[in-house]
Design a protein. Structure first.
Length: 318
């Protein structure tokens, strides 16, 4: 691991054994704080990001994907049951099998067996996304256009393919409504590539409205997306994008998995936190009745003395 890549944590000036204990905890993968008041059960930890591996200008071992992979790998070592959610655009520029084998595999491929993926638009720049489906195999559910659901602890987790259009998109929507009806969990998470709402350069994606409506109607708590190469957290919103702290769905955009970062527009409605200057991953601790989040940033290569960006909080399921 090159020294210029390290976990970006702000460490207080502590002496002796206290300093050593702090550093060990950081290198062990940012151990979770005590459960927030009212949360139940041992949490299942998830690491999530999209827009990951681009080796056009750097070798894999010195790429942004290598830096974020080290964050994830450290977390997985500390939490053997933890999983990884990838939010699309795994490789650049066009998602070929060679990009997966030569750029993604040496970095995020190290934890492929613990990864639940979803495809992005760059995978489909090679028609049919053969690189993506060959690399992830049965996990990507190619026979069903890449959408599926699984159970992680008490959480129902849904992966959607936001690149589908026409009849194939209609089939996914019908499947989603049926899946939500058959799995009425207290806590549900959905993830895909194109965000419904975003302050990033691509802005929001109106074609996601039917899926967002179905997810909101189904009581989904948490939504993750990528596509814009930045980090953004939204307040809980209802089916029409109106803030609803009691019953709304919170969306995170986490397009900071290793590819170049991009400019942001003016803040979208209900945007609560934004950052487009730090690569990193989102850590979620999924309790039986709620979740905590923390953005884990890669340190700046050009100015490692600058305190790392972070964003953290907790929300109960509804």
């Amino acid at each position: 691991m090159p020294q210029r890549f390290r976990i970006a944590l702000t460490v207080r000036r502590l002496a002796g054994a206290a300093l050593i204990a702090t550093l060990i905890a950081a290198l062990a993968g940012c151990a979770a704080p005590p459960a927030p008041h009212g949360f139940r059960g041992a949490p299942l930890t998830v690491y999530a990001a999209g827009d990951i591996a681009d080796c056009r200008y750097r070798m894999p071992e010195s790429s942004g994907a290598a830096a974020t992979a080290w964050l994830v790998e450290a977390g997985l070592a500390a939490h053997p049951g933890a999983r990884v959610l990838t939010l699309g655009d795994h490789t650049y520029p066009v998602g070929t099998p060679a990009e997966f084998s030569d750029c993604y595999e040496p970095t995020w491929g190290r934890f492929r067996e613990r990864t639940l993926p979803t495809p992005g638009n760059h995978e489909y720049y090679t028609p049919g996304a053969p690189g993506y489906y060959a690399y992830f195999g049965a996990t990507a559910v190619p026979e069903q256009d890449g959408y599926y659901s699984v159970q992680l602890g008490k959480w129902h987790v849904i992966s959607l393919n936001s690149t589908l259009r026409g009849a194939r998109a209609d089939a996914q929507l019908a499947w989603l409504k049926d899946d939500l009806a058959r799995h009425p969990a207290l806590c549900t998470l959905a993830f895909w590539h194109h965000p419904r709402y975003s302050s990033g350069g691509h802005a929001g994606n109106a074609f996601m409205a039917p899926l967002w409506q179905a997810l909101a109607d189904g009581g989904v708590d948490l939504a993750l997306a990528g596509h814009d190469h930045d980090y953004e957290r939204f307040a809980p919103q209802d089916a029409h994008g109106v803030r609803d702290d009691a019953r709304g769905m919170r969306q995170f955009v986490v397009g900071t998995g290793g590819a170049w970062l991009t400019p942001m527009r003016f803040a979208a409605d209900n945007s609560e936190a934004r950052n487009n200057f730090s690569l990193g991953v989102l850590r979620l601790d999924l309790f039986d009745n709620g979740y905590t989040w923390e953005f884990l940033a890669v340190a700046s290569e050009t100015d490692p003395g600058v305190a790392a960006y972070t964003d953290r909080g907790a929300t109960p399921c509804h």
